[in-house]
Ligand binder design. Structure first.
Ligand code: 1QQ
Length: 389
């Protein structure tokens, strides 16, 4: 059992593993996708999977990285922190990916991103919009514009539709990092616009019954309700607000930015105003190609979360192409490549479905245009986001 040679052998094995000295980059080039394929967060994650897959197909058809294809490696994060940490660990140590697009929620990013940062593996957040995400570490960037850039646009649009709005109610999911960050911006913007925030109501993303909150809102006789939550909770909250008699405008945050929510609130989703970081009508050549490809396959306009996931994969591929010119990717040591890839992606400029983009020194996205849409329901399950001027 305790043969000295065996100890020596296992020591040797251990040091090879931990040094990772001989680890080359696999071909096809593995890029990790850590998004929610199960749980309520999969209402967003499903759109991200579609966007990432489209990018893989589209970019590989155009030669991948200097003739070498990429291969997306999917690890389901589910909807919580533990799921995201597990997915990140598998992608980093088992699947040997060059970088990670993920996770779905900011709440997950604050737990999982530090693991990638310590391992010096670049992360591109495809939908992490809370304040502070790129500041997690040098290896953490995002292609999802923050709540600070997005949320105020929805409120300004609501005032354009109804300039008489004076009194507002604010509701948010207090157990979710994105929702608490976004409501801070909504509340600040409301004050800046001289609105009276009559009540602030809290809920949990796991709640189904919002009677208490809705009763408090109805008691204030407000002209506008502003909601920061995720899809399932926000969908049910909107439904109950309408069923109990609220008639005014509703502004929803990024958690209402998916048509997966439509079957939850049904016809009651109609009229909800949601700011967007993406528009299918964005005029860039990159977006025209993406939108056409998406529409051909899914018979509808591409949603924001698909466009952002596509963009995350594209940014990695564009940056890899630059490095491949210096030295073929297959000849790089994996840990060296991860470090170089992070540096390269931060200095690059990209022509994407989101328009021309680059990154600031923290790794936050620098994006040119934002949009606001209003939900229009066709029946109890199907609807569209109608973009407003
Ligand atoms: C975040 C978000 C969510 C709504 C993404 C799905 O913006 O968690 O940051």
């Amino acid at each position: 059992m305790n043969h000295p040679l065996k100890n020596t052998l296992s020591l040797m094995l251990l040091s090879t593993l931990s040094l990772g000295s001989a680890q080359k980059v696999a071909s096809p080039i593995p890029i990790g996708i850590a998004v929610a394929q199960t749980s309520n967060a999969s209402l967003f994650g499903q759109e991200q999977v579609i966007g990432a897959r489209l990018a893989e197909k589209f970019l590989n058809a155009r030669g991948g990285v200097g003739g070498t294809p990429i291969k997306l490696v999917f690890q389901d994060t589910s909807g919580d922190e533990a799921g995201a940490i597990n997915a990140f660990q598998n992608l980093i140590s088992k699947d040997n990916v060059v970088g990670i697009v993920g996770p779905t929620l900011s709440q997950q990013a604050f737990s999982a991103d530090p693991i990638a940062d310590r391992a010096k593996v670049p992360v591109l957040g495809p939908s992490n919009t809370a304040k502070g995400i790129p500041q997690i570490g040098a290896y953490i960037s995002r292609v999802s514009a923050p709540v600070t850039a997005i949320a105020p646009n929805a409120l300004k649009q609501a005032l354009k539709i109804n300039p008489k709005i004076k009194k507002v109610a604010v509701l948010y999911a207090q157990n979710d990092a994105f929702s608490t960050s976004e409501t801070g911006i909504f509340q600040q913007t409301a004050k800046d616009l001289d609105l009276n925030v009559a009540t602030v109501q809290k809920f949990q993303t796991t709640d189904n019954d919002f009677t208490t909150q809705v009763t408090a809102v109805l008691g204030e006789n407000v002209d506008l309700v502003i909601i920061s939550g995720l899809a399932n909770d926000s969908g049910n909250l909107i439904k109950q607000l309408r069923q109990l008699g609220y008639k005014g405008l509703i502004v929803g945050g990024n958690g209402l930015n998916s048509s997966s929510m439509f079957p939850i609130c049904g016809q009651y989703c109609d009229g909800v105003i949601v700011a967007q970081a993406y528009s299918p009508t964005q005029s860039s050549a990159a977006n025209q190609l993406f939108a056409r490809e998406y529409k051909a396959q899914y018979k509808k306009d591409p949603p924001q979360f698909a466009a952002q996931a596509y963009t995350g994969v594209q940014v990695f591929v564009d940056a890899l192409k630059v490095l491949d010119h210096k030295k073929k990717i297959a000849d790089w040591d994996l840990s060296d490549l991860r470090i170089a890839l992070n540096k390269q992606l931060l200095i690059g400029k990209y022509k994407t479905p989101l328009g021309d983009l680059s990154f600031d020194k923290d790794g936050d996205i620098v994006q040119q245009a934002f949009y606001v849409a209003q939900i229009k329901m066709k029946d109890t399950k199907n609807g569209t986001f109608v973009f407003l001027k």
